[in-house]
Design a protein around this ligand. Structure first.
Ligand code: HAM
Length: 425
């Protein structure tokens, strides 16, 4: 026997038992974002490596150590997208969607990061992301947060908390950067290797270090809000006013800096304590400089992305039910004539009842075996077509999940009858 080939570590098959939950989640989230006027954009999974280096930032975990980068046959450096914002901005610039225009866009699909796999952290994972371009004020920041809060309400999700922060303007951040470099340099002996390496290239990220030995030093670092510019502070105040007015509960976390370099001003995360270390189910913020950095005009922008695996796991831990995947009915066709007629009848039923999930027997199996199969399929009803029923244009309806007595119905009345029993529209 040949050696079996396994899927790649951290990249998972989503099996039929789980796809209904995925589909239901995707549909619910799609309905929310389209309800706010966001329009779908479909983006390539592979992009030029430079796109991510320039947008996410050279000195970030993602670009330094997590990207799936390879040379294609032309010798070009390509990368499997680790996130969607960069590609969305690239596409917007490339197709002139952003120049002097307001755009609300959304996308979904797999993202790839070579992280150490663990619960809630995968090498292929899925996001639904939204990006809004051309709106400089705090109104759009508020809309994004309100929309994400609505997602949790629609899904029946509880116990996620919102953290927000402001990183200030690019200029204020540059000044804060200098202050941090000074501070880290003065305590160089207490920095770990990562921090030493980032001291000049990305001093803000040092604030995000999880190393317990660094926490005291981080706690005493000069706080960001003091370094912020007036306009950014006013922007943040207005955002908080809208959230307060809309009854959204949040905490301001001055240490929330995010792992991607493109952010300016508002950043936010929705966090749960129920998933262990990987607690962020949704994250985003404003990124006013990105479009320009990628060769477009000065287009203000903001967005967020939801991690679908984490959200699904959280929904499951809270016992939120996903819809059934089993068929409503299983068509049992016993006898030669019945097998032939069965498919024709099934087509009539599907014509009359587009929402019906009907699985039909199409092989010459024995009656008993088929009934077993019908039961295992999870169907509520077995529709039985034997030679006798064929002769009389009848169908026997057997209830597989209740004690109700079997019924015999004329084939022409069957659609009407099924619509009633199965409450189909
Ligand atoms: P991010 O924080 O890197 O932001 O990812 C967003 C969400 O994707 C996370 O909160 C998490 O739920 C999920 N996620 C990230 N990495 C993994 C992983 N390895 N396994 C499972 N889930 C993961 C972004 O990607 C930005 N593009 C968000 C954004 C959009 N900002 C502005 N617009």
């Amino acid at each position: 026997m040949s050696k079996r080939i396994q899927s790649i570590r951290g990249m998972h098959d989503i099996l039929p038992a789980r796809t209904p939950a995925w589909e239901a989640l995707e549909t619910a989230l799609r309905d929310v974002v389209t309800g706010y006027g966001y329009r779908e954009i479909r983006l390539p999974i592979v992009e030029p490596t430079e796109l991510f280096a320039r947008s996410i930032g050279e000195v970030t975990d993602i670009v330094e150590k997590e990207m799936y980068t390879f040379e294609d046959r032309n010798g070009d450096s390509l990368t499997l997208r680790p996130e969607g914002t960069a590609g969305c901005a690239r596409a917007g610039i490339e197709h002139s969607l952003l120049h002097n225009q307001r755009r609300r866009l959304w996308y979904t699909g797999p993202m790839f990061r070579h992280e150490r796999p663990q619960k809630g952290r995968y090498r292929q994972f899925h996001q639904i992301g939204v990006e809004a371009f051309g709106m400089p004020g705090p109104g759009i920041d508020a809309e994004l947060i309100l929309m994400s809060a609505r997602m949790w309400r629609v899904l029946g999700l509880k116990g996620v908390r919102l953290e927000i922060n402001t990183l200030g303007s690019a200029k204020a951040r540059a000044q804060y950067r200098e202050r941090l470099i000074e501070y880290w340099s003065a305590h160089r002996d207490r920095l770990d290797e990562d921090a030493k390496r980032r001291l000049h290239s990305n001093p803000l990220r040092v604030l995000d270090s999880k190393n317990p030995d660094m926490q005291a030093l981080i706690a005493d670092a000069p706080p960001l809000p003091e370094a912020l510019d007036e306009t950014s502070l006013a922007h943040f105040e207005e955002l908080k006013r809208v959230l307060d007015a809309a009854g959204i509960v949040y905490t301001v976390n001055p240490r929330l800096v995010r792992g991607l370099d493109y952010y300016t001003r508002t950043v936010f995360e929705w966090i749960t304590d129920a998933l262990g270390a990987q607690g962020a189910i949704c994250a985003g913020g404003r990124y006013d400089g990105l479009v320009e950095r990628l060769g477009g005009g000065p287009v203000p922008a903001a967005g967020f992305a939801v991690g679908l695996e984490r959200l699904l796991t959280l929904l499951e831990t809270q016992g939120v039910q996903s819809p059934p995947s089993s068929p409503h009915a299983y068509l049992v066709t016993a006898g030669e004539a019945a097998v032939r007629m069965g498919q024709v009848l099934a087509e009539h039923l599907r014509d009359a009842l587009p929402r019906l999930r009907l699985e039909a027997n199409v092989v010459d199996d024995g009656f008993k075996a088929q009934l077993k199969r019908a039961d295992r399929s999870g169907a509520e009803l077995a529709l039985i077509l034997g030679d006798e029923e064929v002769a009389g244009s009848l169908v026997a309806v057997k209830f597989l999940r209740t004690d109700e007595a079997q019924q015999t119905i004329g084939q022409s009345e069957l659609p009407q009858h099924l619509r009633a029993i199965l409450s189909l529209e």
